[in-house]
Design a protein around this ligand. Structure first.
Ligand SMILES: [Zn+2]
Length: 57
C-alpha cells in the first residue's frame, strides 16, 4: 500500500486516513518544473496552516 507523507509535519499516513490534498501548480523560479504537484496534508496540519489566513471580506 502506498504511504503518504504530510507536506507540513512530515508525518506519514495511509491513503485511507482522513487527509487533504492540495494541488500546487508550477513554482516560480523553476522553469523546468511544469508538472502539477500534489501535496497530502493532515487535516489538522492544514487547519493550523490556514488558521492565520484571512478571507478577503
Ligand atoms: Zn501533518
Amino acid at each position: 500500500m502506498m504511504t503518504l507523507y504530510c507536506a507540513i509535519c512530515g508525518g506519514r499516513f495511509e491513503p485511507d486516513d482522513y487527509h487533504r490534498w492540495v494541488d500546487a501548480e508550477e513554482k516560480p523560479g523553476r522553469e523546468s518544473f511544469t508538472r502539477i504537484d500534489s501535496y497530502a496534508l493532515h487535516v489538522d496540519c492544514w487547519d493550523r496552516l490556514t488558521a492565520g489566513w484571512m478571507d478577503p471580506a
